[in-house]
Design a protein around this ligand. Sequence first.
Ligand SMILES: Nc1ncnc2c1ncn2[C@@H]1O[C@H](COP(=O)(O)OP(=O)(O)OP(=O)(O)O)[C@@H](O)[C@H]1O
Ligand SMILES: [Mg+2]
Length: 381
Amino acid sequence: MAEKPSITVLSDTYDLYMKKAKQAKENGNLSIAKRNFLLASQTMMEMAKQSEGKLKEIRMDRARRLVKLTENIDKKPEKIEKKSSGESNEEDDEVKKWQTAQIPNITFADVAGLDDVKKSITIRMINPVKYPEKYKMYGKKSGGGVLLYGPPGTGKTMIAKAIANEVGAKFYAVKGSDIVSKWVGESEKNINSLFEEANKQDRAIIFIDEMDNLLGTRGVDTHNDKRVNEFLQQIDGFAGRNQNLLLLGATNRPWDIDSAATRSGRFSEKIYLPLPDAAARKFMIEKNMKNVPVSKDFDIDKIVEQTEDYSGADIEELCDRAKDEPLLKAIATDSVVDVTNEDFDRVLEKMPPSVTPKEIERFEKYNEEVNGLIKKNKKQG
Ligand SMILES: Nc1ncnc2c1ncn2[C@@H]1O[C@H](COP(=O)(O)OP(=O)(O)OP(=O)(O)O)[C@@H](O)[C@H]1O
Ligand SMILES: [Mg+2]
């Protein structure tokens, strides 16, 4: 039987899980953050079991609070409801929150694969901001919108963050669910103030993440319909007048978006972000394992082969989990324990790809409908 780990070991383990959790949360990797907060909570519980009195209580309480934290990690505070209680400055605060205060530290170089996507985005959204005179000289129009779509965890939000980094424009990042309100009329007001604020800037990008939440197909739910109508009006109003307003949307349910939202002059350019190919997977695994102690015969190509149909988010999680056991051993024995292919095998056995073949098929079909003809023509030309 293994001995119970000492408090020092547990405490070091706890610190490590917390560090990983916080880092993941900062990077927006909520599933990894969640898992590590839970592991930290379990570790704290272990520590509580080995303590007495007041200290025991504090540790139990901390463990419980960490569980609570994971439950609420992807929930937004219900700030919109508060607004109707008459606080006058809430709306301004709301707009300020929309704007990414801290632009995340992600660049295109961090995004694996997706070269075509990066190129399209550069031409459409980044260069017009960086080289406005050149665009003018060549009579190239800017403005309008791009919709990124693809299975969950393929880098849509990541690309949006990278764009925020690359351009000097004001970047308004909103989640569909942030604008949607239970209160009649509030969503419309939110949309209106968002556009108004963005329009004050010399150049602005409005990024709507989880766009299907905001602009669902009309005819099913009257709240949604009002929202969609308001949004379309705003886009048309500003897009006509203001070439300096760029729209960026992301969704993993493109078929649920009202088709009027993706017409010409709106989110008209649709860009597909597929699951990562072998080269992209290799890039991600290498990045994840950089400076990590691995066995001499560690074979990344084998993992690349094993992870066909895994999303970028899956790969991130896989690498994170594979490190768990060697890491725990390293702490317990105060030594260096290499990560091996067996560590990956063990995790892979219990971790199928998060996107099912049926879902992939649906995306491929949608993509074929939307972009298939264009691609075929390009290949011939
Ligand atoms: N192409 C990629 N290159 C590098 N890392 C990636 C890539 N795609 C996904 N990842 C990893 O997966 C995580 C989640 O990606 P992201 O949030 O961009 O997915 P998403 O496409 O927006 O998913 P969802 O549809 O669920 O919102 C990223 O933080 C990153 O660690
Ligand atoms: Mg996303």
